[in-house]
Design a binder for this molecule. Structure first.
Ligand SMILES: Cc1cc2nc3c(=O)[nH]c(=O)nc-3n(C[C@H](O)[C@H](O)[C@H](O)COP(=O)(O)OP(=O)(O)OC[C@H]3O[C@@H](n4cnc5c(N)ncnc54)[C@H](O)[C@@H]3O)c2cc1C
Length: 470
């Protein structure tokens, strides 16, 4: 993607120089301007060009975030929140320069309330940190994007993962947020009650806002009890269509599956060699059930019968923790294993989501498109939600390959939107998907812009993201 294709943001050289001076004085060593650290904070796990910020701040408190945002507001300088930088659509780039606010030092777990099944954390706590902390309480936080992302970044991108089919996404699992808004003031969006009808839902306005409205400095999250028993396994199919149809039948029958993930044959080849899995090189479903001993055994048996009806099997399942961990580690490493299919190539990971009844159609049409275009592009999917990812492996130095990949991604997004789906089920818009937002949401984009202008009239919060320039 050429820089000129991205939403341009004008640089304010004078303002940036003023803010660099203020932050150096205020934060000392916790404000860095070295080239390497700036580049790292704009690193995009894709071929979108890096657009580095002018400095990186490491605040430790909400008050410090307020000071940073106030300085940026006074001088009209962009401010870009940063979690661990695992987002995939150029979210953390700084097209007009400005200040990256790295939340990694805001990593305290402030409260765990086991009776209420909730906790309050700072935004730099990662999902793995939180689950390690909760291990002895019998509770866990279920949202699991493949990367060990920060909870602030996960809320800001409305992330989900393999467990979403059972536990929902960040949208369903955040009770309240505190954020520093564009004027430097804080906003707290709710209390700890499990539900509320009190006015506009500002929690969900901030969830998925990708740092364009405010910087989240505290989150209150729902927790779940660790299930008494877990069973899971892998089921091969002769075609991706058969596997998708088995998913549709499983969901439509109301089997409370906790995870049901599609891995196509090419992805399976990569996982077999990278993660040393011993399964056929054919489309497979990775499945997991949570519940009582008897419940998970029964669910696994029922799923096995459905799979057989679609020509799948054998469905080999286990309750042994080490065996399951190996499978899910392989699934979470899918991105890294697929890179081995074309050494030296860059991976472009794109995601779409469609209603479950259109899932088989969308995946099979996409596989046909990949074959016709001669791309190397494995598919994995959170199939129970109708959500799948394609990782296109390409030579990022070859303009022809870039053009071809962009054409493929555009066709995929328009296909999903045409099936009443979305151009992103979980990765977000960032810079990479701006062009599809209006196709999907039409006039709603104007309402989004009205909200943005009301809350951030100077356009300093992560400018050039989500909203098209038109
Ligand atoms: C291998 C791999 C697998 C992945 N799998 C999945 C998956 O299964 N599901 C999924 O949903 N995603 C997945 N992702 C994408 C990514 O992990 C998620 O988007 C994640 O939520 C980003 O969190 P982060 O901490 O890395 O945020 P960053 O990348 O640092 O930031 C993301 C966005 O959030 C904003 N932001 C960050 N922190 C804050 C804050 N405190 N307040 C306000 N805004 C903030 C940033 O400005 C930016 O716009 C995957 C990525 C990789 C590399």
């Amino acid at each position: 993607m050429a820089l000129s294709d991205l939403n341009p943001v004008e640089r304010n050289e004078e303002g940036i120089a003023a803010v660099l001076g203020i932050l150096k004085q205020g934060l000392g060593e916790r404000f860095q301007t070295g080239q390497a650290i700036r580049t790292q904070h704009a690193h995009t796990t894709t071929y979108i060009p890096t657009q580095a910020p002018d400095g990186v701040a490491f605040p430790e408190t909400t008050a410090e975030v307020q000071e940073i945002v106030s300085a940026c507001a006074a001088h009209r300088v962009p401010v870009i929140a940063f979690g661990v930088g695992s987002s995939l659509e150029g979210h953390t780039n700084a097209p007009g320069g400005g200040i990256s606010v790295d939340t990694s030092r805001m990593n305290r777990i402030l409260a765990v309330n086991p009776q209420d099944l909730d906790c309050t954390v700072e935004p730099g706590v990662t999902r793995e940190d939180l689950n390690r902390h909760l291990r002895d309480t019998g509770l866990f936080f279920p949202i699991d994007p493949g990367a060990n992302a920060s909870l602030g970044g996960m809320a800001a991108t409305r992330a989900s993962g393999t467990n979403a089919v059972r536990y929902g996404t960040m949208r369903e699992n955040v009770l309240s947020l505190t954020a520093v808004m564009a004027d430097g003031e804080t906003l707290t969006t709710g209390k700890r009650a499990k539900k509320s009808s009190a006015g506009y839902d500002l929690t969900r306005l901030l969830i998925g806002s990708e740092g364009t409205l405010g910087i989240i400095t505290q989150l209150t999250l729902k927790l779940q009890g660790i299930p008494q028993a877990i069973s899971g396994g892998v089921c091969p199919f002769s075609s991706v269509e058969a596997a998708c149809n088995a998913v549709i039948a499983t969901i439509q029958m109301g089997i409370p599956v906790a995870r049901i993930e599609l891995v196509n044959a090419l992805q399976m080849r990569a996982m077999k060699s990278y993660s040393k899995l011993d399964y056929p090189e054919s489309p497979c479903l990775f499945v997991e059930f949570h519940g009582s001993d008897a419940g998970v055994a029964e669910q696994a048996e029922t799923f096995g019968t459905i799979a057989e009806e679609y020509g799948g099997g054998p469905f080999l399942w286990t309750s042994v923790a080490e065996e399951r961990t190996k499978l899910w580690k392989a699934r979470h490493d899918a991105y890294w294993s697929s890179l081995t299919l074309r050494p030296g190539a860059k991976g472009l990971s794109t995601d779409v989501c469609v209603p479950i009844s259109r899932f088989a159609e969308c995946v099979t049409q996409t596989e046909a498109d990949i074959a016709e275009m001669g791309l190397i592009a494995p598919i994995v999917g959170h199939a129970g939600d109708g959500n799948f990812h394609v990782l296109v492996l390409m030579d990022a130095d070859d303009p022809k390959e870039i053009e071809q990949t962009e054409e493929f991604v555009a066709r995929l997004n328009m296909r999903a939107i045409g099936m009443d789906g979305t151009c992103t089920g979980e990765h977000g818009i960032g810079q990479g998907k701006i062009g599809f937002l209006r196709h999907e949401l039409g006039r709603s984009v104007d309402i989004m812009r009205t909200i943005k202008q009301a809350l951030d009239p100077q356009n300093i919060m992560n400018p050039g993201k989500i909203l098209p320039a038109d």
